[in-house]
Design a protein around this ligand. Structure first.
Ligand SMILES: Nc1nc2c(c(=O)[nH]1)N[C@H]1C(S)=C(S)[C@@H](COP(=O)(O)O)O[C@H]1N2
Ligand SMILES: [Mo]
Length: 197
């Protein structure tokens, strides 16, 4: 059991039980993008979920904002080893979105404006564990952090939290997305250090 005393803030932070193995804490919010930041206007933004039989449901920005919106306070963990605690977001839960979809799919491929993809097992998207987020720290999500909207799957490494997300393709069998084809783990649990294959 850890014993903490007052006045040793830094030391206490290094041993924070919320820090997964091999991670360090940062107060910054680093930007990690595999390409240029796409400029996506909310007047043109749509979010589409397509199921494994090809039916799809889409929301415009206005329709999206009429859905139940949740406040999310969570820690985030990047595979490049930074973690950031107590980040605050607003977005729509995937549970809410998936109420409109019939599926027996095993996984989802997230598709983004700009072309990035990442795969997430469906069970990791449900149960109050993922959102399509459009606000960070009380402000509209900055374009370089994925604005207008990004996937937020904070219990997995942050590469699964697809920026500029435009939809999910539900798939019968899990398949690798962009980083996963380049050696990153299919699942990406920071607590068991599922970093690479
Ligand atoms: N569309 C898109 N989403 C992305 C990425 C990307 O390159 N393109 N990078 C991923 C990676 S590797 C990380 S660590 C996080 C970084 O998010 P941030 O730039 O907001 O910190 O976004 C993830 N989502
Ligand atoms: Mo990352």
């Amino acid at each position: 059991m850890a014993v903490f005393s007052r006045g040793f803030g830094a030391r206490r932070r290094e041993s924070d039980p919320r820090l997964p193995p091999g991670q360090y804490l940062t107060d910054d919010f680093p930007v990690l993008s595999a390409g240029p930041t796409p400029q996506v206007d909310t007047s043109e933004w749509t979010f589409t979920i397509r199921n494994e039989s090809g039916s799809s449901v889409s929301w415009t920005w206005e329709q999206f904002l009429e859905l139940p919106i949740e406040d999310v306070d969570t820690d985030i963990h990047c595979v490049t080893r930074w973690s950031k605690l107590d980040t605050s977001w607003r977005g729509v839960s995937l549970d809410t979105l998936m109420e409109h979809v019939e599926t027996d799919a095993a996984a989802a491929m997230a598709h983004c404006y700009g072309g990035y993809t990442t795969n997430v097992p469906l069970e990791d998207l449900l149960g109050g564990r993922s959102w399509v987020a459009f606000e960070f720290d009380g402000e509209p999500l900055d374009p370089e952090h994925g604005g207008p909207a990004r996937l937020l799957v904070p219990h997995l490494y942050f590469w699964k939290s697809a920026k500029w997300v435009r939809g999910l393709e539900l798939i019968d069998e899990d398949a690798p997305g962009f980083w996963e084809q380049n050696g990153y783990n299919m699942h990406g649990d920071p607590w068991t250090e599922e970093r690479y294959w």
